[in-house]
Design a protein around this ligand. Structure first.
Ligand SMILES: NC(=O)C1=CN([C@@H]2O[C@H](COP(=O)(O)OP(=O)(O)OC[C@H]3O[C@@H](n4cnc5c(N)ncnc54)[C@H](O)[C@@H]3O)[C@@H](O)[C@H]2O)C=CC1
Ligand SMILES: O=C([O-])CC(=O)C(=O)O
Length: 369
C-alpha cells in the first residue's frame, strides 16, 4: 500500500520530491528538525530519528552542545544526513525546508513541581521557536474563489515542551499572528500517555502488550489525561477498582518518573520513544500512507474546549507547489469523536474541562501580551 502511494507520487506532477540519492529506496526525501536536540529527550530522540528510514535529513538544533550530538549520531550508517546547529543564529538553517519540527526544548520538572510550574520559562522558549518556525518554514497560500488554498504549508510541528496544555495554544497564537497557522499542522505530543496506558493495561489485564490499544484523550497533565480503558483492546474483565487504579497511574505516570529520578529531570527515554512514534506517524501521513491514527492534542471541536487530545487520523497530501487540490482534500480530515464513554470516564471528562480551559487561556494570554 505504502509502495503504491509512493509510486503514485513518482508519477505525479510533484515527483520532484523524490530527490536525488535514494531513488532505489523509492521513499520521498523528508527533513526532520529537532529543537532542543542536546537535551535529555533530544539526544535519544535524535538517535531514534536517525534510525527512521523515512528521514533523509536530520537537523539537530540546540542553544549549545549540538555539534557533539550531531557528530556522534551522524556516524550511524543509516539513510539520513545529520547536521548540527548551535545558537539562535543557526536556527533558520536548521528549520529551512523541514517537513516535521519536533520541539523538546525547555526545562523539565523536579519533584514537587507541576507541569504548569514550567510555564514561566518554557512559554518564552516555545514562543521564540514558533516565531522562527513562522519565519523559516515556508508557507504560501492563495485565494481562489474566496477560499484560501494552501500551496506550501509550515512544517508539521510536534510540541513536546511542557506544559503541553498551554504550549500548543501559545504556538497556535504565534503562528496565527504571523499568518502561518494551519490547525492541521500543529500537534501536542501526548503519545507518552498512550504508551504508558498500554504498558499498565497489559500488565494488569495480562495480555500481550504489543496487541494493546488504549485511546487517551483530554490534555497532558494530571487529571486532564483521560485514558479510555472502557475502549481498550484486547478486552479484559477488570474491576472498577482496577480501572480507577490504572487511570490514576496513567495520569501520574510523569510524576512517577520525576520522583524516581529524584531531581535529575523527568521522562526522557520513554518520551524519546513516544516522540519517535508520533513523528514516524506524521512522516507516514505526509507520504500518503492510509489510516494513520494517533492520539494528539490538537485544535478541536469535539468538546467545547478549543484544544483537546483525541484520535486524529492523519492523511496528508505531500507538501508541494502543485498539490493544491490534494492538500485541500487531505489535510487532517477529521478529528475523531470520543466514542462511547463509561460513567467513570464521563465524570473524568467533566472534571478535566475547567483545568484544561484555564491552561489554554493562560497560553493564549501569554502569546498575545
Ligand atoms: N510531552 C510529553 O509527554 C513530555 C514532555 N516533556 C518536556 O520536554 C521538555 C524537555 O525535557 P528534557 O529533554 O528532559 O529537558 P533537558 O533540560 O534535558 O533538555 C532540554 C534542552 O532544551 C534546550 N533548550 C533550552 N532553550 C532552548 C531554546 N531556546 N532553543 C533550543 N533548545 C533549547 C536545552 O539546552 C536542553 O538541551 C521539558 O519541558 C519536559 O517537561 C518531558 C517528558 C514528556
Ligand atoms: O511529567 C513530566 O514533567 C514530564 C511529562 O510530561 C511526562 O513524563 O509525561
Amino acid at each position: 500500500m505504502m509502495l503504491r502511494s509512493i509510486k503514485s507520487l513518482a508519477t505525479s506532477p510533484s515527483s520532484h520530491i523524490l530527490r536525488r540519492g535514494y531513488a532505489s529506496e523509492a521513499v520521498p526525501d523528508r527533513k526532520v528538525a529537532v529543537l532542543g536536540a542536546a537535551g535529555g529527550i533530544g539526544q535519544p530522540l535524535a538517535l531514534l530519528m536517525k534510525l527512521n528510514p523515512l528521514v533523509s535529513s536530520l537537523a539537530l538544533y540546540d542553544i549549545a552542545n549540538t555539534p557533539g550530538v550531531a557528530a556522534d549520531v551522524g556516524h550511524i550508517n543509516t539513510r539520513s544526513e545529520v547536521s548540527g546547529y548551535s545558537g539562535e543564529a543557526e536556527l533558520g538553517k536548521a528549520l529551512e525546508g523541514a517537513d516535521v519540527v519536533i520541539i523538546p526544548a525547555g526545562v523539565p520538572r523536579k519533584p514537587g513541581m507541576t507541569r504548569d510550574d514550567l510555564f514561566n520559562i518554557n512559554a518564552g522558549i516555545v514562543k521564540g521557536l514558533c516565531q522562527a518556525i513562522a519565519k523559516y518554514c515556508p508557507h504560501v497560500s492563495i485565494e481562489i474563489l474566496l477560499k484560501q488554498v494552501c500551496l506550501y504549508a509550515t512544517a508539521l510541528v510536534n510540541m513536546i515542551s511542557n506544559p503541553v496544555n498551554s504550549t500548543v495554544p501559545i504556538a497556535a497564537e504565534v503562528l496565527k499572528k504571523a499568518g502561518k497557522y494551519d490547525e492541521k499542522r500543529l500537534f501536542g505530543v501526548t503519545t507518552l500517555d498512550v504508551v504508558r496506558a498500554k504498558t499498565f493495561y497489559a500488565g494488569k489485564a495480562k495480555v500481550p502488550v504489543a496487541e494493546v490499544n488504549v485511546p487517551v484523550v483530554g490534555g497532558h497533565a494530571g487529571i486532564t489525561i483521560l485514558p479510555l480503558f472502557s475502549q481498550a483492546t484486547p478486552k479484559a474483565n477488570l474491576s472498577d477498582a482496577e480501572i480507577t487504579a490504572l487511570t490514576k497511574r496513567t495520569q501520574d505516570g510523569g510524576t512517577e518518573v520525576v520522583e524516581a529520578k529524584a531531581g535529575k529531570g523527568s521522562a526522557t527515554l520513554s518520551m524519546a520513544y513516544a516522540g519517535a512514534i508520533f513523528a514516524d506517524a506524521c512522516l507516514k501521513g505526509l507520504n500518503g500512507a492510509p489510516d494513520v491514527v494517533e492520539c494528539s492534542y490538537v485544535q478541536s471541536t469535539i468538546t467545547e474546549l478549543p484544544f483537546f487530545a483525541s484520535k486524529v487520523p492523519r492523511c496528508f497530501a505531500p507538501l508541494s507547489d502543485v498539490a493544491l487540490v490534494r492538500l485541500g482534500k487531505n489535510g487532517v480530515e477529521e478529528v475523531l469523536g470520543l466514542g462511547p464513554l463509561s460513567d467513570y470516564e464521563k465524570e473524568g471528562l467533566e472534571k478535566l474541562k475547567p483545568e484544561l480551559q484555564s491552561s489554554i487561556e493562560k497560553g493564549i494570554k501569554f502569546a498575545n501580551q
